[in-house]
Design a protein. Structure first.
Length: 210
């Protein structure tokens, strides 16, 4: 229990469980409240997964998975409710149609569930609303896992400021300082945690291949 928030602890192993544990540990190290990084409503908007399902998945409870059509309609509706125009109003069907290069009739049929979306429809709508690929189609656990990973990267970036996390750490403590602090930890298990965190920092700042 941290800041009145129960740290998620799913019982099933998998990528989502690993991301939850890793993010909880990172938030603890950086002093960020778990209630902030595991806010179900923010994660719902970021992933497209309903808030109640986000809560179930964070707590390790199984959640019913909608079929592809139901998932598309649910997340398309969320996009229309949460990704608004600069004036705070929703995009009209015509604006969505124009932005996604489809007819108004096509857009209306997709919104009303009268037509099954193609991958081309999904890609065009995702580009229009400026959300990541797969927002409309990824399974709930995968969508939430992606949102948690993006939260993790944001935390690492915010902690580092304009420099990368490893450079900041070295500036603050130096190699010998880091090694000395690790040596003071009481068990190998604690020291392994430090090594895991450093590995995570290295992975986050690894240059991408061009």
């Amino acid at each position: 229990m941290t800041d009145g928030f129960l740290v998620p602890g799913p019982t099933a192993a998998g990528p989502l469980t690993a991301s939850i544990s890793r993010l909880a540990e990172l938030a603890g190290k950086l002093g960020v409240p778990h209630s902030e990084v595991f806010d179900v409503h923010q994660l719902s908007e970021a992933s497209g997964v309903p808030a109640d399902v986000v809560g179930d998945l964070l707590d390790g409870r199984p959640a019913g998975e909608p079929d592809l059509q139901a998932r598309f309609l649910q997340r398309f509706d969320l996009l229309r409710r949460t990704r608004l125009k600069p004036n705070g109003r929703r995009y009209t069907q015509q604006e969505i149609a124009d932005g996604a290069a489809m007819s108004r009739q096509q857009a209306g049929a997709l919104i009303n569930g009268d037509r099954r979306p193609t991958m081309e429809h999904c890609d065009a709508i995702q580009r229009f609303f400026k959300v990541h690929a797969g927002f409309l189609t990824a399974e709930d656990a995968d969508a939430l896992d992606g949102a948690l990973q993006r939260t993790e990267q944001t935390l690492l970036h915010d902690y580092a400021g304009d420099s990368d996390p490893l450079e900041r750490l070295l500036q603050d403590h130096g190699v010998r300082g880091i090694a000395w602090r690790a040596a003071q930890l009481p068990t190998d298990k604690h020291r392994d945690k430090v090594a895991e965190w450093l590995d995570m920092l290295l992975e986050s700042v690894k240059p991408t291949e061009s």
